[in-house]
Design a protein. Structure first.
Length: 684
């Protein structure tokens, strides 16, 4: 299984660097970038300083690799022995020479061929892990795969999920002490009970599993932590799964030998259904500390007790030492969805401080005595409806937060969104989520920016000691990627607009920008080979909200996805990209739109809009169906939608769709195409 292609005819590397706890815990200068957040601290701070605020304006393209990828690229590349490893579309893993960009090997886990069914959320993958002489990748269809780092040959693979359930993995596996940890997503797809699993890095054997919420007490509890957690639930929560899926933030603390898990939101979101008589619902929306050797519960801190807004706490968990009130504390820095920036004592989970880092309307503040949020009455849509900031997209999502210990600042890609929640039409007593159909137990919609000036996305520098913003930059659009900070007094962030921008770390002054010609959704990294510092990132618009965002001019297949490396010595130039601009709908005079069929098709398009765009207005994540010849051909359309003909390119197979539904969808898509053509042509 897995295609191994393009083994380059280059000299074999020296004996590979063996990556272990000491290497991953090394915060000092290292030429490589060995882990998702560079080191165990997850700070994404590099001590490399050849590229600095004084010379960053001289950065040029050193090399680039065009990628045959037509989906979003959001992952953090890793570097070991000067070789860059990264995961791209459809979970393909590649190794590239970090000095030249030459492809060394490629591994295709063939996710579409392996999956029993494709899952909602199959959009991107955020990274891979390194340990020993291996690469670890986790796939959308729930497998964990170990590869030989030198050749890309598969060593072992294990299935980490029940294939009958719509669970999926988009996060990077984290490796520590000879174990590989993975979680999964899918809280909204079925009655889900979240868990994380650790596997032996050598053999792939399961070492331990930790469930995040309690199951049915009648079945007995797995451990004392689950018994304790069950005290905070009411009703028959286990019928709804409970949720808590841990799909992103895991941090191993080598100093304290503790593992921190950021946990997910409830299943379903609406607590009135999930736990009808209230309760905190442990361990939802928490950081849970576990013993890394056996997964035993150590302590927890819950940021959103009894959450009911999709306020998960899966965001990056960053470790630091901070001087607080004259005392050096070992802390966790955490900016979860709920809009508060938390500083916790990582020795025991004790609450130190929290302040809102964006507009927050669901709670007035966090009580410094109890560490609990003080909720605003009505925010829980107690009476059916509420307007709440932040919401399901969070004030911060998975886009990487970095921390510069020299500047003392955290750099947060921040979202400013207001949402309407309403459960007046939900039968709270009979609501039951069905596997593969999913649901949230409450209607919700994005209703606009939470800022008066309408700005949706910003980059901000946050001082965690004073708990206040130091600088903020307004960005175009909503969906801007993660950050990198360096000892060169720099912060780097790409943009939805396709620009990679360098800022002075202390002030936010813009020092350099480069137009990559395609929206950026991945964070940059930096490494050094033979005395040359490189800055590298994947360029490929995508991930989560990218498909639902208003079109920003990126067209599916028109702009080339790339891995690009910059240096001060770089003199390469990138081939030009197709210009940003609106896609033209295709004229099809022979297709006569039936308005009744089109109306029926509009109701069905909700299964398509996450990729093809609400109202058939594609944001470039998937083909613009208004310009698709497939839509004009009944047979071809059925082959693609129902037959799964393009599954290997990421188009899910909808086996159950009927002929009538296919016809209605085609008429709806063509009705939009005709309407948009008419408006472009001035009403012709
Ligand atoms: Ca969620």
């Amino acid at each position: 299984m897995g295609a191994l292609v393009a083994l380059a005819a280059c000299a074999p590397p020296e004996a590979p660097r063996i990556i272990d706890d000491a290497a991953l815990a090394n915060e000092l200068e290292d030429q490589d970038w060995l882990a998702y957040g560079r080191t165990y601290s997850e700070q994404r701070f590099s001590p490399l300083d050849q590229i600095s605020a004084a010379n960053v304006a001289d950065l040029g393209v050193d090399w680039y690799l065009d990628l045959p990828e037509d989906r979003g690229l959001v992952s953090t590349p890793l570097v070991a022995d000067g070789v860059v490893y990264f995961v791209g579309s459809m979970n393909r893993v590649r190794a590239v020479d970090g000095a030249t960009g030459q492809l060394l090997w490629e591994y295709d886990p063939q996710v579409a061929q392996n999956a029993t069914r494709m899952r909602a959320g199959w959009e991107h993958n955020r990274g891979i892990g390194l340990w020993g002489d291996r690469v670890y990748a986790a796939t959308w269809d729930g497998r964990l795969i170990a590869l030989d780092r030198a050749t890309g040959t598969e060593v072992w693979q294990v299935l980490t999920v029940d294939p009958e359930l719509p669970l999926y993995i988009t996060g990077a596996p984290k490796v520590f002490k000879g174990k590989v940890l993975v979680g999964n997503g899918g809280t909204e797809s079925h009655p889900s009970r979240g868990y994380v699993t650790a596997y032996d890095a050598e053999t792939g054997e399961q070492a331990w599993r930790f469930w995040i919420v309690p199951g049915n007490p009648a079945d007995g509890f797995e451990n004392e932590a689950m018994e304790m957690a069950a005290e905070t639930w009411t009703g028959e929560w286990w019928r709804h799964g409970g949720g808590g899926n841990a799909w992103h933030g895991f941090t191993y603390d080598a100093e304290l030998d503790q593992l921190y898990i950021g946990t997910g939101n409830g299943s379903p979101w609406n607590r009135k259904i999930r736990s009808p008589d209230g309760g905190d619902n442990l361990f939802l929306s928490s950081i849970v500390a576990l013993d890394p050797d056996d997964g035993t519960y150590l302590w927890h801190y819950q940021d959103s007790p009894g959450e009911t807004w999709d306020f998960n706490s899966n965001m990056d968990i960053v470790l630091a030492d901070l001087e607080v009130d004259g005392e050096v504390r070992k802390v966790i820095l955490h900016a979860p969805k709920n809009g508060f920036f938390y500083v916790l004592d990582r020795t025991n989970g004790e609450f130190i401080s929290a302040e809102a880092f964006a507009e927050v309307t669901w709670a007035s503040h966090v009580d410094p005595e109890t560490g609990r949020p003080v909720e605003v009455p009505g925010a829980r849509y107690e009476d059916g409806e509420a307007f709440v900031t932040p919401g399901p997209y969070g004030a911060h999502s998975w886009h990487a937060m970095s921390f510069n210990p020299e500047a003392g600042l955290a750099y947060i890609p921040t979202l400013h969104m207001n949402f309407r929640f309403n459960d007046e039409d939900v039968d709270l007593d009979t609501y039951q989520m069905v596997a593969w159909e999913g649901g949230t137990g409450v209607a919700w919609e994005f209703v606009g920016s939470s800022r008066e000036d309408g700005v949706l996305g910003t980059l901000q520098a946050w001082d965690p000691v004073r708990q206040e913003q130091v600088w903020e930059v307004d960005l175009d659009g909503l969906w801007n990627p993660g950050t990198l900070t360096t000892a060169g007094d720099l912060v780097f962030q790409g943009r939805e607009s396709g620009h990679l921008v360098a800022y002075e770390a202390a002030t936010g002054n813009e020092l350099w920008r480069f137009d990559l010609g395609l929206g950026i959704s991945a964070p940059p990294i930096t490494y050094s080979i033979d005395g040359r510092q490189y800055l590298a990132l994947l360029v490929g618009w995508g991930g989560g909200a990218a498909g639902l965002a208003p079109p920003v001019g990126w067209n599916y297949g028109a702009q080339t996805r790339r891995l690009v490396a910059f240096s001060l010595q770089g003199t390469a130039s990138l081939p030009p990209q197709a210009p940003r601009g609106a896609m033209m709908p295709m004229a099809a005079p022979s297709f006569e739109v039936d308005s009744d069929l089109a109306a029926a098709g509009e109701g069905l398009f909700g299964s398509c809009d996450g990729c093809h765009g609400p109202g058939v207005q594609s944001a470039g994540m998937a083909p613009d169906l208004r310009a698709s010849g497939v839509v004009l051909d009944a047979g071809l359309f059925a082959d693609v939608v129902r037959g799964g003909e393009r599954a290997t390119r990421g188009m899910p197979q909808f086996s159950a769709v009927t002929d009538e539904e296919l016809l209605a969808l085609r008429h709806y898509i063509r009705s939009v195409a005709e309407r948009d053509l008419a408006s472009i042509g001035g009403g012709g």
